[in-house]
Design a binder for this molecule. Structure first.
Ligand code: NIG
Ligand code: FE
Length: 416
Protein backbone atom coordinates (compact mmCIF):
# COMPACT_ATOMS: atom_id res chain seq x y z
CA UNK A 1 0.00 0.00 0.00
CA UNK A 2 1.42 3.39 -1.05
CA UNK A 3 1.69 6.18 1.44
CA UNK A 4 -0.88 8.88 0.82
CA UNK A 5 -3.50 6.51 -0.63
CA UNK A 6 -6.69 6.80 1.36
CA UNK A 7 -10.32 5.98 0.79
CA UNK A 8 -12.86 7.68 3.03
CA UNK A 9 -16.33 6.21 2.59
CA UNK A 10 -19.86 6.37 3.99
CA UNK A 11 -19.47 9.93 5.31
CA UNK A 12 -22.80 11.02 6.70
CA UNK A 13 -22.05 14.47 5.27
CA UNK A 14 -19.17 15.11 2.93
CA UNK A 15 -18.93 18.90 3.02
CA UNK A 16 -16.82 19.66 -0.04
CA UNK A 17 -16.88 23.51 0.03
CA UNK A 18 -16.21 22.95 -3.68
CA UNK A 19 -14.58 25.75 -5.62
CA UNK A 20 -11.30 27.09 -6.99
CA UNK A 21 -11.54 30.74 -6.05
CA UNK A 22 -12.93 33.01 -3.39
CA UNK A 23 -16.67 32.92 -2.63
CA UNK A 24 -18.37 36.28 -2.42
CA UNK A 25 -21.61 37.33 -0.78
CA UNK A 26 -24.41 34.79 -1.19
CA UNK A 27 -22.06 32.18 -2.66
CA UNK A 28 -20.68 31.71 0.85
CA UNK A 29 -23.82 29.80 1.87
CA UNK A 30 -23.30 27.00 -0.62
CA UNK A 31 -21.25 24.19 0.92
CA UNK A 32 -21.84 21.56 -1.82
CA UNK A 33 -22.65 18.68 0.49
CA UNK A 34 -22.73 15.05 -0.58
CA UNK A 35 -24.69 12.71 1.69
CA UNK A 36 -23.16 9.26 2.15
CA UNK A 37 -20.04 10.57 0.43
CA UNK A 38 -16.63 9.17 -0.39
CA UNK A 39 -13.25 10.61 -1.29
CA UNK A 40 -10.23 8.95 -2.80
CA UNK A 41 -6.75 10.34 -2.29
CA UNK A 42 -3.81 8.97 -4.24
CA UNK A 43 -0.25 10.03 -3.54
CA UNK A 44 -1.56 12.93 -1.53
CA UNK A 45 -3.90 14.33 -4.18
CA UNK A 46 -7.70 14.04 -4.33
CA UNK A 47 -8.59 11.71 -7.19
CA UNK A 48 -12.34 11.19 -6.80
CA UNK A 49 -15.23 12.70 -4.84
CA UNK A 50 -18.84 11.56 -4.92
CA UNK A 51 -21.54 9.31 -3.50
CA UNK A 52 -19.96 6.24 -1.86
CA UNK A 53 -21.69 3.77 -4.20
CA UNK A 54 -20.46 5.62 -7.26
CA UNK A 55 -16.89 6.07 -6.07
CA UNK A 56 -16.54 2.41 -5.05
CA UNK A 57 -17.57 1.18 -8.51
CA UNK A 58 -14.29 2.02 -10.18
CA UNK A 59 -11.75 0.95 -7.52
CA UNK A 60 -10.56 -1.94 -5.41
CA UNK A 61 -10.67 -1.10 -1.70
CA UNK A 62 -7.57 -3.24 -1.13
CA UNK A 63 -5.47 -0.57 -2.80
CA UNK A 64 -6.25 1.97 -0.07
CA UNK A 65 -6.14 2.63 3.62
CA UNK A 66 -9.91 2.62 4.21
CA UNK A 67 -11.63 4.93 6.66
CA UNK A 68 -15.26 4.29 7.40
CA UNK A 69 -16.77 7.70 8.16
CA UNK A 70 -20.30 6.46 8.96
CA UNK A 71 -22.04 8.92 11.28
CA UNK A 72 -19.21 11.42 10.74
CA UNK A 73 -18.83 14.71 8.92
CA UNK A 74 -15.95 15.15 6.52
CA UNK A 75 -14.64 18.64 5.76
CA UNK A 76 -11.61 20.16 4.05
CA UNK A 77 -8.79 21.01 6.45
CA UNK A 78 -9.22 24.47 7.94
CA UNK A 79 -6.97 27.27 6.72
CA UNK A 80 -5.89 29.67 9.46
CA UNK A 81 -4.99 32.60 7.21
CA UNK A 82 -3.75 35.12 9.79
CA UNK A 83 -1.42 34.28 12.69
CA UNK A 84 1.71 35.55 14.40
CA UNK A 85 2.73 32.20 15.87
CA UNK A 86 6.51 32.66 16.07
CA UNK A 87 7.43 34.71 19.13
CA UNK A 88 9.51 34.48 22.29
CA UNK A 89 8.16 35.35 25.73
CA UNK A 90 4.58 35.96 26.81
CA UNK A 91 2.46 38.92 27.87
CA UNK A 92 0.25 37.48 30.60
CA UNK A 93 0.98 40.51 32.78
CA UNK A 94 -0.34 42.87 30.09
CA UNK A 95 -3.45 40.74 29.75
CA UNK A 96 -4.11 41.20 33.45
CA UNK A 97 -3.73 45.00 33.00
CA UNK A 98 -6.27 44.88 30.21
CA UNK A 99 -8.67 43.03 32.48
CA UNK A 100 -8.24 45.94 34.92
CA UNK A 101 -9.22 48.41 32.20
CA UNK A 102 -6.05 49.51 30.38
CA UNK A 103 -6.49 49.53 26.60
CA UNK A 104 -4.30 47.66 24.11
CA UNK A 105 -3.10 50.92 22.52
CA UNK A 106 -2.37 52.55 25.92
CA UNK A 107 -0.10 49.62 26.78
CA UNK A 108 1.52 49.85 23.34
CA UNK A 109 2.03 53.61 23.60
CA UNK A 110 3.86 53.29 26.91
CA UNK A 111 6.36 50.86 25.41
CA UNK A 112 4.66 47.53 26.01
CA UNK A 113 2.66 45.50 23.54
CA UNK A 114 4.39 44.37 20.37
CA UNK A 115 7.71 45.89 21.50
CA UNK A 116 7.59 43.62 24.55
CA UNK A 117 7.37 40.55 22.30
CA UNK A 118 10.16 41.96 20.12
CA UNK A 119 12.45 41.79 23.15
CA UNK A 120 11.48 38.17 23.87
CA UNK A 121 11.87 37.16 20.23
CA UNK A 122 15.30 38.79 19.92
CA UNK A 123 16.47 36.92 23.00
CA UNK A 124 15.16 33.53 21.86
CA UNK A 125 17.48 31.29 19.85
CA UNK A 126 16.35 29.77 16.58
CA UNK A 127 16.19 26.35 18.24
CA UNK A 128 13.94 27.67 21.00
CA UNK A 129 11.61 29.30 18.48
CA UNK A 130 11.44 26.09 16.44
CA UNK A 131 10.57 24.10 19.55
CA UNK A 132 7.83 26.56 20.52
CA UNK A 133 6.58 26.72 16.93
CA UNK A 134 6.27 22.93 16.75
CA UNK A 135 4.15 22.82 19.88
CA UNK A 136 1.87 25.55 18.57
CA UNK A 137 1.49 23.86 15.17
CA UNK A 138 0.56 20.60 16.91
CA UNK A 139 -2.16 22.41 18.77
CA UNK A 140 -3.48 23.95 15.52
CA UNK A 141 -3.50 20.51 13.94
CA UNK A 142 -5.69 19.23 16.77
CA UNK A 143 -8.25 21.87 15.74
CA UNK A 144 -8.24 20.62 12.15
CA UNK A 145 -5.96 23.28 10.66
CA UNK A 146 -3.89 21.92 7.76
CA UNK A 147 -2.45 25.20 6.41
CA UNK A 148 -1.44 28.23 8.42
CA UNK A 149 -0.21 31.69 7.50
CA UNK A 150 2.53 33.01 9.80
CA UNK A 151 3.94 36.51 10.02
CA UNK A 152 7.26 37.92 11.09
CA UNK A 153 7.07 41.27 12.90
CA UNK A 154 8.57 40.57 16.31
CA UNK A 155 12.03 41.54 15.13
CA UNK A 156 11.81 45.01 13.59
CA UNK A 157 15.51 44.66 12.83
CA UNK A 158 17.20 42.77 10.02
CA UNK A 159 18.50 39.76 11.97
CA UNK A 160 15.40 38.98 13.97
CA UNK A 161 12.94 39.46 11.11
CA UNK A 162 15.01 37.06 9.00
CA UNK A 163 15.33 34.68 11.96
CA UNK A 164 11.54 34.48 12.34
CA UNK A 165 11.07 33.76 8.65
CA UNK A 166 13.84 31.14 8.68
CA UNK A 167 12.20 29.46 11.68
CA UNK A 168 8.96 29.18 9.71
CA UNK A 169 10.84 27.91 6.67
CA UNK A 170 12.37 25.17 8.80
CA UNK A 171 9.05 24.30 10.48
CA UNK A 172 7.41 24.01 7.08
CA UNK A 173 9.97 21.30 6.24
CA UNK A 174 9.71 19.31 9.47
CA UNK A 175 6.01 19.65 10.38
CA UNK A 176 3.02 18.25 8.46
CA UNK A 177 1.21 21.60 8.40
CA UNK A 178 1.89 23.84 5.41
CA UNK A 179 3.09 27.31 6.36
CA UNK A 180 2.61 30.38 4.18
CA UNK A 181 5.03 33.10 5.22
CA UNK A 182 4.32 36.82 5.47
CA UNK A 183 6.90 39.55 6.03
CA UNK A 184 5.51 42.02 8.57
CA UNK A 185 8.66 44.06 9.25
CA UNK A 186 6.44 47.14 9.65
CA UNK A 187 4.51 45.79 12.62
CA UNK A 188 5.45 48.52 15.11
CA UNK A 189 7.85 51.44 15.36
CA UNK A 190 11.02 50.43 17.21
CA UNK A 191 12.13 52.83 19.98
CA UNK A 192 15.11 54.12 18.03
CA UNK A 193 12.84 55.19 15.15
CA UNK A 194 10.13 56.95 17.22
CA UNK A 195 9.16 60.12 15.34
CA UNK A 196 11.12 58.91 12.28
CA UNK A 197 8.57 56.43 10.97
CA UNK A 198 9.31 57.33 7.35
CA UNK A 199 12.95 56.46 7.86
CA UNK A 200 11.95 53.14 9.33
CA UNK A 201 9.85 52.44 6.23
CA UNK A 202 12.91 53.38 4.12
CA UNK A 203 14.99 50.89 6.12
CA UNK A 204 12.43 48.12 5.56
CA UNK A 205 12.20 48.90 1.85
CA UNK A 206 15.93 49.26 1.22
CA UNK A 207 17.59 46.88 3.66
CA UNK A 208 15.19 44.06 4.52
CA UNK A 209 12.59 43.57 1.77
CA UNK A 210 15.11 42.89 -1.03
CA UNK A 211 16.75 40.11 0.98
CA UNK A 212 13.41 38.60 1.98
CA UNK A 213 12.46 38.58 -1.69
CA UNK A 214 15.80 37.31 -2.97
CA UNK A 215 15.87 34.44 -0.51
CA UNK A 216 12.18 33.72 -1.10
CA UNK A 217 11.57 33.93 2.64
CA UNK A 218 8.03 35.28 2.34
CA UNK A 219 5.24 35.25 -0.20
CA UNK A 220 3.30 38.17 1.30
CA UNK A 221 4.14 41.60 2.65
CA UNK A 222 1.94 43.08 5.39
CA UNK A 223 1.89 46.27 7.54
CA UNK A 224 0.08 47.44 10.68
CA UNK A 225 -1.77 50.48 9.30
CA UNK A 226 -3.06 52.18 12.44
CA UNK A 227 -3.14 55.50 14.25
CA UNK A 228 0.18 55.99 16.07
CA UNK A 229 1.73 53.10 14.14
CA UNK A 230 1.94 53.45 10.31
CA UNK A 231 -0.17 55.87 8.27
CA UNK A 232 -2.09 55.09 5.10
CA UNK A 233 0.58 56.94 3.12
CA UNK A 234 3.42 54.93 4.69
CA UNK A 235 1.46 51.73 4.15
CA UNK A 236 0.85 52.56 0.50
CA UNK A 237 4.53 53.31 -0.04
CA UNK A 238 5.77 50.05 1.48
CA UNK A 239 3.12 47.81 -0.04
CA UNK A 240 3.46 49.23 -3.56
CA UNK A 241 7.21 48.70 -3.36
CA UNK A 242 6.64 45.09 -2.25
CA UNK A 243 4.17 44.62 -5.11
CA UNK A 244 6.71 45.99 -7.57
CA UNK A 245 9.14 43.35 -6.30
CA UNK A 246 6.59 40.63 -6.99
CA UNK A 247 5.21 40.07 -3.51
CA UNK A 248 1.54 39.64 -2.70
CA UNK A 249 -0.08 42.04 -0.27
CA UNK A 250 -1.92 41.93 3.05
CA UNK A 251 -2.74 44.76 5.41
CA UNK A 252 -3.80 45.10 9.06
CA UNK A 253 -6.53 47.63 8.33
CA UNK A 254 -8.97 49.77 10.30
CA UNK A 255 -8.60 47.72 13.47
CA UNK A 256 -8.84 50.35 16.22
CA UNK A 257 -9.23 53.64 14.33
CA UNK A 258 -10.89 54.19 10.94
CA UNK A 259 -7.94 55.39 8.83
CA UNK A 260 -9.04 54.16 5.40
CA UNK A 261 -7.11 50.90 5.35
CA UNK A 262 -9.97 49.09 3.59
CA UNK A 263 -9.98 51.71 0.82
CA UNK A 264 -6.21 51.38 0.47
CA UNK A 265 -6.46 47.58 0.25
CA UNK A 266 -8.90 47.94 -2.65
CA UNK A 267 -6.78 50.60 -4.36
CA UNK A 268 -3.60 48.52 -4.33
CA UNK A 269 -5.45 45.22 -4.86
CA UNK A 270 -4.22 43.49 -1.75
CA UNK A 271 -5.09 39.79 -1.56
CA UNK A 272 -6.65 40.43 1.84
CA UNK A 273 -7.34 43.18 4.34
CA UNK A 274 -7.53 41.98 7.91
CA UNK A 275 -9.32 43.01 11.15
CA UNK A 276 -11.57 45.75 9.65
CA UNK A 277 -13.45 46.42 12.89
CA UNK A 278 -13.82 50.07 11.90
CA UNK A 279 -13.92 49.71 8.10
CA UNK A 280 -16.20 52.24 6.37
CA UNK A 281 -19.13 51.36 4.13
CA UNK A 282 -17.27 52.72 1.12
CA UNK A 283 -14.13 50.78 2.01
CA UNK A 284 -16.11 47.55 2.29
CA UNK A 285 -17.84 48.12 -1.03
CA UNK A 286 -14.54 48.92 -2.73
CA UNK A 287 -13.07 45.68 -1.36
CA UNK A 288 -16.04 43.69 -2.64
CA UNK A 289 -15.61 45.21 -6.07
CA UNK A 290 -11.88 44.48 -6.27
CA UNK A 291 -12.17 40.97 -4.82
CA UNK A 292 -10.07 41.74 -1.72
CA UNK A 293 -10.75 39.06 0.90
CA UNK A 294 -11.99 40.52 4.20
CA UNK A 295 -10.22 38.47 6.85
CA UNK A 296 -12.06 38.81 10.14
CA UNK A 297 -10.50 37.91 13.46
CA UNK A 298 -13.29 37.63 16.03
CA UNK A 299 -11.10 36.21 18.81
CA UNK A 300 -9.08 39.45 18.75
CA UNK A 301 -12.16 41.67 19.03
CA UNK A 302 -13.37 39.40 21.84
CA UNK A 303 -10.04 39.50 23.66
CA UNK A 304 -9.78 43.30 23.29
CA UNK A 305 -13.44 43.75 24.23
CA UNK A 306 -14.02 45.67 20.98
CA UNK A 307 -17.10 45.55 18.73
CA UNK A 308 -16.90 42.70 16.22
CA UNK A 309 -16.23 43.46 12.56
CA UNK A 310 -19.38 43.82 10.47
CA UNK A 311 -19.27 40.39 8.85
CA UNK A 312 -22.98 40.38 8.01
CA UNK A 313 -22.79 43.77 6.30
CA UNK A 314 -19.68 42.72 4.37
CA UNK A 315 -21.26 39.52 3.06
CA UNK A 316 -24.53 41.30 2.22
CA UNK A 317 -22.48 43.79 0.20
CA UNK A 318 -20.74 41.13 -1.83
CA UNK A 319 -17.46 40.67 0.06
CA UNK A 320 -15.58 37.41 0.33
CA UNK A 321 -15.10 36.95 4.07
CA UNK A 322 -12.45 34.70 5.63
CA UNK A 323 -12.12 33.95 9.35
CA UNK A 324 -8.83 33.34 11.15
CA UNK A 325 -7.52 33.19 14.71
CA UNK A 326 -4.86 35.97 14.68
CA UNK A 327 -3.00 33.78 17.20
CA UNK A 328 -0.37 36.08 18.81
CA UNK A 329 1.06 36.77 22.27
CA UNK A 330 -0.72 40.09 22.78
CA UNK A 331 -4.10 40.96 21.37
CA UNK A 332 -5.21 37.36 20.93
CA UNK A 333 -3.40 34.49 22.61
CA UNK A 334 -5.53 31.69 21.21
CA UNK A 335 -5.31 29.30 18.28
CA UNK A 336 -8.82 28.01 18.96
CA UNK A 337 -10.89 27.40 15.83
CA UNK A 338 -13.91 26.37 17.97
CA UNK A 339 -13.83 29.84 19.54
CA UNK A 340 -13.72 31.48 16.08
CA UNK A 341 -16.76 29.40 15.07
CA UNK A 342 -18.65 30.27 18.25
CA UNK A 343 -18.07 34.01 17.90
CA UNK A 344 -18.81 34.17 14.17
CA UNK A 345 -22.09 32.29 14.45
CA UNK A 346 -23.34 33.60 17.80
CA UNK A 347 -22.15 37.21 17.64
CA UNK A 348 -21.37 38.18 14.04
CA UNK A 349 -24.62 36.98 12.53
CA UNK A 350 -22.80 34.72 10.11
CA UNK A 351 -24.58 31.50 9.15
CA UNK A 352 -22.94 28.17 9.91
CA UNK A 353 -22.40 27.70 6.18
CA UNK A 354 -20.75 31.11 5.76
CA UNK A 355 -18.55 30.42 8.76
CA UNK A 356 -17.33 27.13 7.31
CA UNK A 357 -16.71 28.76 3.91
CA UNK A 358 -14.75 31.49 5.68
CA UNK A 359 -12.48 28.90 7.33
CA UNK A 360 -11.92 26.77 4.25
CA UNK A 361 -12.09 27.99 0.65
CA UNK A 362 -12.09 31.69 1.56
CA UNK A 363 -9.24 31.12 4.02
CA UNK A 364 -7.37 29.53 1.12
CA UNK A 365 -8.22 32.53 -1.10
CA UNK A 366 -6.89 34.88 1.59
CA UNK A 367 -3.46 33.31 1.10
CA UNK A 368 -3.90 32.94 -2.66
CA UNK A 369 -4.07 29.14 -2.49
CA UNK A 370 -7.67 28.46 -3.54
CA UNK A 371 -6.40 26.55 -6.55
CA UNK A 372 -4.77 23.85 -4.41
CA UNK A 373 -6.46 23.76 -0.98
CA UNK A 374 -9.64 24.84 0.85
CA UNK A 375 -12.11 22.40 -0.71
CA UNK A 376 -12.55 18.71 -1.45
CA UNK A 377 -12.17 18.83 -5.22
CA UNK A 378 -10.36 16.53 -7.63
CA UNK A 379 -6.79 17.74 -8.14
CA UNK A 380 -6.46 19.50 -4.80
CA UNK A 381 -4.27 18.41 -1.90
CA UNK A 382 -5.63 15.59 0.23
CA UNK A 383 -6.12 17.80 3.29
CA UNK A 384 -9.19 16.43 5.01
CA UNK A 385 -10.64 16.43 8.50
CA UNK A 386 -13.07 13.94 9.96
CA UNK A 387 -15.37 15.38 12.62
CA UNK A 388 -17.01 13.18 15.21
CA UNK A 389 -20.68 14.09 14.57
CA UNK A 390 -23.02 13.27 11.65
CA UNK A 391 -23.62 16.87 10.56
CA UNK A 392 -21.60 20.05 10.12
CA UNK A 393 -24.29 21.73 12.21
CA UNK A 394 -22.64 20.22 15.29
CA UNK A 395 -19.56 22.44 14.85
CA UNK A 396 -21.08 25.60 16.41
CA UNK A 397 -23.51 23.59 18.52
CA UNK A 398 -20.70 21.93 20.53
CA UNK A 399 -19.71 25.36 21.79
CA UNK A 400 -16.02 26.02 22.17
CA UNK A 401 -15.07 22.34 21.90
CA UNK A 402 -13.21 20.76 19.01
CA UNK A 403 -15.19 18.18 17.04
CA UNK A 404 -12.06 17.03 15.18
CA UNK A 405 -11.39 13.30 15.30
CA UNK A 406 -8.84 12.66 12.55
CA UNK A 407 -6.73 14.89 10.34
CA UNK A 408 -5.34 13.83 6.98
CA UNK A 409 -2.64 16.00 5.42
CA UNK A 410 -1.50 15.32 1.85
CA UNK A 411 -3.21 11.94 2.12
CA UNK A 412 -1.41 10.95 5.31
CA UNK A 413 -3.08 10.51 8.68
CA UNK A 414 -1.32 13.04 10.91
CA UNK A 415 -3.73 13.32 13.85
CA UNK A 416 -5.78 10.41 15.15
O1 NIG B 1 -3.07 41.36 14.51
N1 NIG B 1 -2.64 44.50 15.41
C1 NIG B 1 -1.47 44.24 15.26
N2 NIG B 1 -0.88 43.07 15.32
C2 NIG B 1 -1.38 41.94 16.00
C3 NIG B 1 -1.11 42.00 17.46
C4 NIG B 1 0.24 41.67 17.78
C5 NIG B 1 0.58 41.74 19.23
O2 NIG B 1 -0.12 42.37 20.04
O3 NIG B 1 1.60 41.14 19.55
C6 NIG B 1 -2.83 41.70 15.66
O4 NIG B 1 -3.73 41.83 16.49
FE1 FE C 1 -2.45 40.28 13.14
Amino acid sequence: MERGNILIKNASELVTCSGFSLKKGKEMNDLHIINDGAVIIEEGIIKAVGATQEVLKSISEDDYEVIDASQKTVLPGFVDSHTHFIFGGYRAEEFSWRLRGDSYMEIMNRGGGIINSVKGTKEASKEELIKLGKKRLNSMLSFGVTTVEGKSGYGLDFETEIKQLEVMEELDKIHPLDIVKTFLGAHAVPKEYKGREDEFIDFIIEDVLPIVKKRNLAEFCDIFCEKNVFSVEQSRRLLLKAKEMGMKLKIHADEIVRLGGAELAAEIEAVSADHLLQASDDGIKAMAQRGVVATLLPCTAFSLKEEFARGRYMIDNGCAVALATDFNPGSCFTESIPLVIALATLYMKMSIEETITALTINGAAAIDKADTIGSIDVGKKGDIVIHEFPSYKFLPYHIGVSTVEQVIKNGIMVYD
